[in-house]
Design a protein. Structure first.
Length: 259
């Protein structure tokens, strides 16, 4: 399954409802990829992915935590984040952990938040790298590859919880427990109201713009599409044949064909 939308219209309707982003190109990528993603089979799931992405990174697939203290948000550092950001990673302000205590990479840098949902901590880089088939533990910069960033986010939100409920974030959304859903992403419940507001906004937008498509329906659409292409080629070929015949320019192998 997947939730397919008219991407341009959906983004336009999102803006009309007061939505904003500095990274429209990435928002459009997410909407496009979600249309072919069997892990997303309800508009509520796509809505929660988008709501989380909005609050964590403004939909950017290449953001990194506290990038704004080093300059323009969304602009990649050259070798490592600036000292202001590194000092923030060391602190426990904002009810966060000292990221250096969660493990460091081979450059001595912590596994700070990167990507659409700001994946953080060595254990998470290992776990979700394994899930998407990319070695993020040895090369955390690979989180910044847009498709990886998207896949990490969806893998995280579909992963079963480890808090005793054994429910994924999406399953918590299905049960209407948005507080628990947010807690599964951010244990401190940071920005709970913002996520919930964005979620409701996206549900409204998607209800008017989306279609949940099963794998079977996708195959049917592809077959129909191929049929239309073949039919078009056939009609074009007949027209070319008639023009060549009328002008006496038919190649020898076609002269025995009568239409």
């Amino acid at each position: 399954m997947g939730v397919q939308v008219n991407v341009d219209k959906t983004v336009s309707d999102y803006y009309k409802k007061g939505g904003t982003t500095k990274f429209e190109n990435f928002l459009k990528k997410i909407l496009t990829w979600a249309g072919d993603d069997d892990r997303i089979n309800k508009i509520e799931h796509l809505a929660y992915l988008l709501a989380t992405g909005k609050v964590e990174s403004d939909y950017s697939l290449e953001r990194w935590e506290s990038d704004y203290v080093c300059g323009q948000a969304g602009v990649k550092y050259k070798e490592k984040p600036c000292e202001k950001a590194l000092n923030y990673y060391k602190s426990d302000e904002g009810n966060k952990a000292n990221y250096y205590t969660l493990g460091v990479d081979n450059r001595g840098l912590p596994y700070f938040g990167r990507g659409l949902i700001q994946l953080t901590g060595k254990a998470n880089y290992k776990k979700y790298g394994d899930k998407i088939g990319v070695n993020l533990e040895d090369d955390p910069e690979k989180v910044f590859l847009p498709q990886n960033s998207y896949n990490i986010a969806v893998s995280y939100l579909t992963d079963k919880g480890e808090d005793g409920t054994k429910k994924s974030t999406f399953e918590r959304v299905d049960s209407g427990d948005l507080t628990s859903a947010r807690k599964s992403v951010n244990s401190g419940l940071r920005d709970l109201s913002k996520v919930n507001e964005e979620y409701k906004k996206w549900v409204d937008v998607l209800k008017n713009n989306s279609e949940v498509v099963s794998a079977g329906n996708k195959r049917v659409k592809r077959i129909v599409g191929v049929g239309v292409v073949l039919a078009t080629i056939g009609i074009t070929g007949i027209v070319v044949y008639l023009i060549l015949k009328k002008t006496g320019k038919l190649p020898n192998f076609l002269k025995k064909v009568n239409l």
